[in-house]
Design a protein around this ligand. Structure first.
Ligand SMILES: Nc1ncnc2c1ncn2[C@@H]1O[C@H](COP(=O)(O)OP(=O)(O)OP(=O)(O)O)[C@@H](O)[C@H]1O
Length: 254
């Protein structure tokens, strides 16, 4: 186990937004987090990233309490791609991705050719090669999302927390980014809206009303009954004739 949450909760003005979450994320797995709008996915991701302090329970990374770890140590372990990630408009793509190396730089270990190689690889992995000198302000929504992911990859974390990483991406880049995340030798927690995408995760957690109501292998967790109860839609399961895999189609509940 690399990342754990124990009775994790966050309340605002006495209202629980995330409550009683117990979660163990295993090394190298990709855990998908799904749930309706407002179910607490982003809040849980922020708690796991250590950028929001729990009002109950705690998060442990490799057995150590996250709240007791110095920020640079956390940044060497965890990279977080926020849902609405912002970047100063005036920088270039290369500058933006270079920032991912910050946790690793010290006066004794300044920027070196190795850092350039890591940044180049992150740009290649996100299909952003050739954009290095472009100004951030000129990028499309999907290109910005890929640069944010490149920065997270350049951080070379052991844990990657991605809040809706396929937002803004065209279908080809959605597939390639999810494929890349699955193949990376890192532990990933990925908040997703597309339940068909969630089927390709190693495990899936379902949030409803701030509580983790199910956790396990995708096909055990994403049942037609649970999708109906949590998302209020009727799901039917189709089989792809090309390879026999299952996928969902959704209909209004009534
Ligand atoms: N600082 C805050 N003050 C008040 N309410 C908040 C605050 N932060 C989050 N919330 C509320 O907590 C609930 C959960 O929000 P969160 O962003 O975690 O949900 P989500 O599952 O990521 O939603 P979405 O799928 O729409 O992105 C929402 O109802 C939101 O309005």
């Amino acid at each position: 186990m690399i990342l754990e949450a124990h009775n994790l909760g966050w309340s605002v003005r006495g209202k629980p937004i995330v409550a009683g979450v117990d979660l163990v994320v295993n090394e190298d797995e990709t855990l998908g987090l799904v749930g309706p709008n407002g179910s607490g996915k982003s809040t849980l991701m922020k708690l796991l990233a250590g950028i929001r302090r729990p009002t109950s329970g705690d998060v442990r990374v490799k057995g150590e309490a996250l709240r007791a770890m110095p920020r640079p140590a956390v940044a060497q372990l965890i990279a977080f791609l926020e849902q609405q990630a912002e970047t100063t408009e005036a920088i270039t793509v290369k500058d933006a991705v270079d920032l991912g190396r910050t946790p690793w730089l010290t006066p004794l270990q300044p920027w070196s050719p190795k850092d350039d190689l890591i940044v180049a690889q992150a740009l290649a992995d996100t299909d952003m090669e050739g954009f290095e000198r472009r100004s951030w302000a000129t990028l499309s929504g999907g290109e910005r999302q890929r640069v944010h992911l490149a920065r997270a990859l350049a951080q070379q974390p052991q844990i990657l927390l991605l809040d809706e990483p396929t937002n803004h991406l065209d279908v080809q880049h959605q597939l390639s980014i999810l494929d890349l995340v699955a193949k990376l030798p890192v532990t990933s927690v990925v908040a997703l809206h597309d339940l068909n995408q969630a089927l390709s995760c190693d495990r899936v957690g379902v949030l409803s009303g701030g509580r983790l109501v199910a956790l396990g292998p995708p096909h055990e967790v994403l049942t037609v009954e649970r999708i109906g109860a949590v998302f209020g839609v009727r799901a039917s399961i189709l089989t792809d004739p090309a390879d026999g895999t299952h996928m969902f189609r959704f209909h209004p509940a009534s």
